[in-house]
Each structure stands twice: as structure tokens, then as C-alpha cells.
Design a protein around this ligand. Structure first.
Ligand SMILES: [Zn+2]
Length: 387
């Protein structure tokens, strides 16, 4: 059980740490809506009143599902799922004009949003058809299906590197192996497994939900990427994209070791510039748009508004204006770019922000941020006992 959650969620498989080449990611198309459909899950069908249905167990729970009647949400969600998968998705593929294609895609995407939301409400008290066992049954079947699919891969000789809820990372599979797993899963579980991504290589860290992958086309995917946010200061954004560029050029494990060194050097060089206050002020700017007039804030005043209030002493500020500010040492902690001096820049704050932005990448690559930026490595208590 997880804190603040009323029931167990999806299954996350322990990742196989390290760099892996030629990785295929497979995922189940609309997993939970599919389960709700094929397992007849609904408010009135899970733990129904009929004695004979109690044999129809949900794996890993003590719930059962009705065998006599079709459930309301099962039919509804099932129909919407079928409409999306069998109708709009294929219409989009077969469309003759770009406009038609886009139109069908929009409908399909809208259905996807509704479908994805339809499972969560079963476990939400505000929903009129709230029924915790129905939500529990959905994730339990999900865990069962992914576990069975992993076994299927292993018996077919395909190595599973990582898995999370509805996706599986497999190493170096043949087309035939993938095809067999997809067919068997459809036949045995009634759900559709698809190829989602093909990575040239994937770097898995020891932690769950933290990886980076480079597709065969050279696009870099980082799980939980924050570096693209538009308000990130330009110097961090540039550093971030330079790192992605290095990663996208890696072809072999030797390249990867070289890339690690290059990345580490780039981060160190940037950290030195920050510490020595050599980064030009516009490069340090956070650019945030004002959505309310500065006077409309009363209790907690966000940083860009604090900067805007300083600017107001010079010129008029209105809603929609972009405020460019930097973080400074003295109160109020921020200053508009126009007014700031290099010697008052809070380098420590920038280092923290840099670390937070690059953390997703460096941690999956097993690079230690503190040692790259010249901070002494934190000593754990165990060192005193074992060294
Ligand atoms: Zn029944």
C-alpha cells in the first residue's frame, strides 16, 4: 500500500541498471479501459449478489465479477474504447486529406482523454458510481496482465529490462518474438499490446520512473523532463540542450563513456561561470508572464510579482506583460533584469536550480552533481564503519 492511496496501483518492475542498446518499448493500448471492458467491471457487477458469480475471481484480490449481466460502466467505457480503436483510429490512418486526418485524430484524442479519466473516478468518492472494489479490480487485473506478459517474454527468450503499469522495455527482440508476444497477449488476456518506441539506447538508473532514452531517429526522451520549461533561464536551457545533443550522438557504449565525460565537463564549466558571476544577466533571467495585475495579489506574492512591483516604480505594469527577473542575494530575493547588478546575483540559488533541472539526466547516468560542481561528496555514516 502506498501512502495517501486507498488501493494498490500499477506494477512497477525493478529496472536493470545501466546502458542498454536496441530497446523496444511495448505498451498496452488504453489498458485500464480495455480491462474494464473485457472483465465486465462496473459498480454493480463487481461483488454482485449472485452466488454462482463468486467463482469468477479477480486475481490477487478477494473480489469476483458478475457472469449474468453486463455492467453499465463496462459497456459505456467499452463502447467508447471500441469506437476509438476500431473506428476513429483507423479512419485517421486511412484519411485522404490532411484535414480529415487531423479531424479524426482530434476525435480519437478526445475519446482517449475521456477513457483515461473513466477509470480513476471509480476510486473517487465524489463520483456517483464510486466503488472501491471496482477500482481495485481494475489495477489488480492490470498487474496480473503485465506480470503474465513478462513471463511470456521470458519464455520466448526476450529480456525485460523495465516495466511500469502499462509499458514494458525489452532488450534486442526480433520482429518474430515481438509478434508472438503481441498475438498471445491478445488471445490470452484480450488486450492489445503495441510497439510504442524503438530506442537506439536506453539508460536506466537504479530508481524507478527515472530513465533516458535516445530513439533510432536521435530524439532524446527523459522521463520527467523539466528543462524545456519556458521560464527556465537561457543559460540553463542552452546547457540542457547541449547535453541532449551529446546524448543523441551516442552510438556505442564507448561513445557513452565519452559523452559522460563531456557532459560532466560542461556542467563543471558552467558551474564555475555561475560561481564567478561571469554569466551575463539576460542569460540568468526567468521570464514569466503576469496573469494578474500586481495589486491583485495579497497573501503569497510570487517572485515575478515581487520583481514587477519594483519595476512599477519606473513604469506601468499590466496583465500579459512578461517580467524578466533574476535571483539576488538581498531582500526581496529578486530584481528585474533592468535593475540588477552582477555582484548581487545569488549564485547559490542558480546552482540549486541548475541541479534541479539537470538532475533527471545526471541521476540516470550515474553522474554525481556535487562532485561535478566541486562540492565535497557527502559522507555517509557507513564509511566510518566499513573503511
Ligand atoms: Zn452476478
Amino acid at each position: 500500500m502506498i501512502k495517501d492511496k486507498k488501493y494498490r496501483g500499477g506494477l512497477v518492475v525493478e529496472p536493470t541498471e545501466g546502458i542498454h542498446f536496441n530497446v523496444t518499448v511495448m505498451d498496452f493500448a488504453s489498458l485500464y479501459p480495455s480491462i474494464i471492458k473485457v472483465r465486465n467491471l462496473s459498480y454493480e457487477t463487481v461483488r454482485c449478489v449472485h452466488e454462482q458469480c463468486k467463482q469468477n475471481k479477480i486475481p490477487d484480490t478477494n473480489h469476483w465479477v458478475c457472469t449474468r449481466y453486463n455492467g453499465l460502466t463496462s459497456m459505456l467505457i467499452g463502447s467508447l474504447r471500441d469506437l476509438r480503436v476500431n473506428y476513429y483510429k483507423s479512419l485517421a490512418k486511412k484519411a485522404n486529406t490532411q484535414e480529415q486526418k487531423e479531424q479524426y485524430t482530434v476525435v480519437s484524442q478526445a475519446l482517449k482523454v475521456i477513457l483515461n479519466a473513466s477509470y480513476g473516478v471509480m476510486g473517487a468518492e465524489i463520483f456517483p458510481l464510486y466503488f472501491l472494489p471496482a477500482a481495485e479490480a481494475t489495477t489488480a487485473v492490470g498487474r496480473y496482465i503485465i506480470t503474465e506478459t513478462i513471463k511470456k517474454c521470458q519464455t520466448s527468450g526476450v529480456e525485460v529490462l523495465y516495466g511500469d503499469t502499462d509499458s514494458l522495455f525489452v532488450k534486442n527482440p526480433t520482429v518474430e518474438q515481438i509478434q508472438k508476444v503481441i498475438e498471445d497477449t491478445k488471445m490470452e488476456q484480450g488486450v492489445d499490446l503495441e510497439i510504442d518506441k524503438e530506442y537506439r539506447y536506453v539508460v536506466l538508473s537504479g530508481r524507478k520512473k527515472n530513465y533516458l532514452g535516445v530513439t533510432k531517429e536521435g530524439k532524446v526522451d527523459v522521463k520527467g523532463l523539466t528543462g524545456k520549461k519556458s521560464h527556465t533561464p537561457p543559460f540553463i536551457r542552452s546547457l540542457f540542450f547541449e547535453i541532449l545533443e551529446i546524448l543523441s550522438n551516442v552510438q556505442t557504449s564507448q561513445d557513452f563513456e565519452t559523452a559522460k565525460k563531456q557532459i560532466s565537463q560542461k556542467i563543471s564549466a558552467c558551474a564555475i561561470k555561475v560561481k564567478e558571476r561571469k554569466i551575463p544577466i539576460p542569460e540568468l533571467a526567468f521570464n514569466v508572464m503576469i496573469s494578474k495585475a500586481p495589486s491583485e495579489y495579497d497573501k503569497t506574492v510570487p517572485q515575478h510579482i515581487r520583481a514587477a512591483k519594483l519595476l512599477e516604480q519606473q513604469r506601468e505594469i499590466k496583465r500579459g506583460d512578461i517580467i524578466s527577473y533574476v535571483k539576488i542575494l538581498n531582500k526581496p530575493g529578486v530584481k528585474p533584469v533592468e535593475m540588477a547588478r552582477p555582484d548581487e546575483i545569488d549564485s547559490e540559488k542558480y546552482m540549486e536550480f541548475m541541479e534541479a533541472t539537470l538532475e533527471q539526466i545526471t541521476s540516470s547516468m550515474d553522474l554525481d552533481f556535487d562532485s561535478m560542481v566541486g562540492k565535497p561528496k557527502q559522507t555517509g555514516l557507513d564509511q566510518f564503519f566499513w573503511n
